[in-house]
Design a protein around this ligand. Structure first.
Ligand code: NAP
Length: 279
């Protein structure tokens, strides 16, 4: 299944995330694609991701018959604040040039001449957006308009920041990627802005940020009814309320289980129960 962005680009409805996989990244990306994932999330940020090893996996997959355009590739520009000494650009040049250098480096790492989605890893400040955000966004708009990336997006964004961004830019983000806490109504305010602007919401840490929900007896009852695990119920809940979930599993069995979640059907009452469970 796919979700369609407001510019008609289709995104596979479940994404495999590659953070914190270190040297296992290549093996796990290969396994994820062979298992059935068709969307991969990474970042050009060596503190948390091994983007070049994602590229290695893609090369191996190509040898096994998986074509580049059969995998949705998403990566990020991370500002100097989120980098260590190994930033993939010259940190002394202006932001427009940093974005271009980081993007070109991502293309080299991933053995491709275009990206499916390019994401600003985080705004430069906790509240509001500043000149740095505007400059980076304009550089990303340039990449989008030149056809080098099919989608642009933003991550780790608050509701006021997203509203401001949508208001002030030429090209609104097609995707938002946020950590999704059940205690915040599963990021209700940001999701609402996304819904109103046709933006696809990608949720991460759905399991790791919501341990209490996973252990909740009512979720267990739902899981038993549909013959699934609580983790599958959470992923399916996310999909049914319009989210695109990410998983970062390192287990072949969990990869299968995560993908199988799409086959479950939760009732409207069950969705409402889970939506309000931690508030
Ligand atoms: N934009 C950002 O700043 C940002 C930040 C964080 C993450 N992300 C992205 O989001 C991706 C996913 O991150 P995440 O935090 O959601 O995942 P994660 O931290 O990698 O955690 C997934 C956890 O869920 C478990 N799990 C997955 N499927 C399961 C199942 N079916 N049953 C039981 N346990 C299961 C995994 O355990 P097993 O390994 O044992 O399966 C693992 O402990 C990252 O890799 C990255 O791409 C982005």
């Amino acid at each position: 299944m796919t979700l369609t962005a407001y510019n008609s680009v289709e995104i596979p409805s479940f994404m495999y995330g590659t953070a914190w996989k270190k040297e296992a990244t290549a093996r796990l990306v290969e396994l994820a694609v062979v298992s059935g994932f068709r969307a991969i999330d990474t970042a050009n940020q060596l503190i948390h991701y091994e983007e070049a090893l994602v590229g290695k996996a893609l090369q191996k997959l190509e040898n096994r018959g998986f074509k580049r355009d059969g995998v949705f590739l998403q990566t990020k520009y991370t500002s100097v604040d989120g980098q260590d000494h190994r930033a993939p650009y010259d940190p002394t040049v202006n932001l427009t040039t940093q974005v271009r250098q980081s993007f070109e480096s991502s293309l080299r790492h991933l053995f491709t001449d275009y990206l499916d989605a390019y994401v600003l890893h985080a705004p430069f400040q906790r509240r509001g957006l500043g000149r740095a955000d505007s400059e980076v966004w304009e550089a990303m708009e340039g990449l989008y308009q030149s056809g080098k990336t099919r989608i642009i997006g933003i991550s780790n964004v608050t509701a006021p920041q997203l509203a401001q961004l949508c208001e002030q830019v030429n090209v609104k983000p097609m995707i938002v990627q946020n950590r999704c806490y059940a205690v915040l109504g599963w990021d209700k305010e940001v999701r609402e802005i996304c819904r109103n602007n046709g933006i696809i919401y990608q949720g991460f840490s759905l399991l790791t940020a919501n341990g209490r929900v996973l252990a909740d007896p009512e979720v267990d009852v739902i899981a038993r009814r549909v013959g699934a695990t609580p983790a599958q119920v959470i992923f399916r809940f996310a999909m049914q309320i319009g989210m695109l979930p990410l998983t970062g599993t390192t287990s072949a069995q969990h990869m299968q289980e995560d993908l199988q979640a799409e086959k479950i059907s939760l009732t409207i009452e069950e969705l409402a129960l889970i939506e309000a469970i931690a508030i």
